[in-house]
Design a protein around this ligand. Structure first.
Ligand code: ADP
Ligand code: MG
Length: 384
């Protein structure tokens, strides 16, 4: 192992991006005595409400000067979304290490590169092919069988930049709707479950993995996460651990990341995608684990010893999307405070929109099943 210095409390840390993941990282870092600066276009974004400093980029041609003023006093820089402009990251890296680094980010920013790299490293992935015209979609349909899921290589999230194509006749219109010729087609997996696992690797080479989390989605957006997973899925845990630790090792990741998987009844685990940052399915670690994903991100960023990932209570998390705000006559939050072991998080976004992540709710219980039931009940009570 290489001996590298740690970045001590009292130092300034930077984040690219100002959403809720940056806000929760900021809370964790400040609790340990660090100062946090956020680089984000949007004024009054979730992270800027908590951060010690908010830098708002002006025009793109002013970016070198903006990055200079943002990064000059920082000891390390992390990110909370993967679509960070690589040029900006490089400019910032002149002042302080960026963790994750540009190489891993480059893989995770682009679905074709990501799936190719994970497959080349020897890990199972969802069957996929590159798509740069409508005929490529038709070819993929013939190889995989219909329907196929076509996804843009860049900038997709929460199901955006994806289209399900059910017949060859739909290929031309579907391709046009993507508005890019950089895409992939995937076999649609009739999965038994979707699961995810957080991992972290410090610059010194220490690696940890968290337990597997089971996720259910509604309209391609995460709805509920639970940990531990259902008893029928526990035997996938050790294979997932091998894959996540293997990715950390082979890609020499510096930082915290999350691997999303499908479980196919016959083929077992398949990597769907990698997020080089904290993940929505990891929010339950804030209360359920002795070391949350944001605390772990901080430890990896600062090259501190990584924390235990195995001490936890059964938990479930439910997302609070903007949809809820339109479902009743105002929000009644008191249900979140009626019992202990229930934790409401709101991200400080003033404008609810359909599909927008406004907050989340975590419940701890004796079993994950009870926790799932409780978060669903309480979420429902917010609008009744
Ligand atoms: P993102 O999370 O970046 O929007 P994903 O590729 O994770 O993109 O897709 C979002 C969700 O859509 C997945 O969690 C899953 O529920 C569904 N989905 C995506 N790809 C497939 C696939 N090949 N087969 C079945 N379902 C899929
Ligand atoms: Mg996803």
């Amino acid at each position: 192992m290489v001996t590298l210095a740690s970045i001590e409390p009292g130092s300034w840390l930077g984040i690219f991006g100002g959403g809720q993941l940056g806000r929760m990282f900021t809370h964790a870092a400040q609790a340990r005595g660090y100062h946090v600066a956020v680089l984000e276009h949007e004024a009054n974004c979730p992270a800027s409400q908590a951060a010690d400093r908010h830098v708002i980029p002006s025009a793109d041609d002013q970016m070198p000067a903006t990055i200079d003023s943002f990064a000059r006093h920082l000891s390390a820089i992390t990110l909370e979304f993967e679509n960070v402009n690589a040029d900006w990251l490089q400019l910032a890296a002149r002042f302080a290490p960026t963790r994750p680094g540009a190489e891993f980010l480059n893989v995770c920013q682009h679905r074709f590169r990501e799936k190719s790299a994970v497959q080349a490293a020897g890990f199972p992935v969802t069957p996929f092919q590159p798509v740069s015209c409508a005929q490529d979609i038709i070819d993929a349909g013939h190889v995989f069988g219909w329907p196929v899921i076509v996804k843009t290589c860049r900038s997709g999230y929460d199901g955006k930049g994806q289209v399900v194509v059910s017949t060859a006749e739909q290929a031309a219109e579907a391709f046009k709707s993507l508005q890019t010729d950089e895409a992939i087609a995937e076999k649609r997996i009739d999965f038994v479950a979707e699961v995810s696992m957080l991992g972290a690797r410090s610059p010194s080479g220490e690696i940890v993995t968290y337990p597997l989390v089971e996720n259910s989605h509604a309209n391609h957006i995460l709805d509920i996460s639970r940990c531990p997973v259902s008893p029928a899925l526990t035997h996938y845990e050790s294979h997932a651990e091998q894959i996540v630790a293997g990715i950390a090792q082979q890609f020499r990741v510096e930082g915290l990341f999350c691997v999303e998987f499908f479980i196919d009844a016959r083929q077992g685990l398949m990597v769907n995608e990698i997020a080089p940052r904290p993940h929505n399915s990891g929010h339950l670690t804030i209360e359920a684990f002795s070391v949350s994903q944001f605390d772990q991100q901080l430890r990896a960023l600062c090259n501190l010893p990584l924390g235990s990932t195995k001490e936890y209570r059964p938990a479930a998390m439910a997302n609070l999307l903007g949809d809820l705000w339109f479902a009743g006559q105002g929000m009644n939050w008191s249900a979140a405070f009626a019992q202990s072991n229930t934790f409401l998080h709101l991200y400080g976004k003033s404008e609810p929109r359909i599909g927008r992540k406004m907050g989340h709710l975590t419940c701890l219980a004796d079993t994950a099943e009870q926790a799932v039931e409780r978060v669903q009940q309480i979420r429902q009570a917010f609008t009744t």
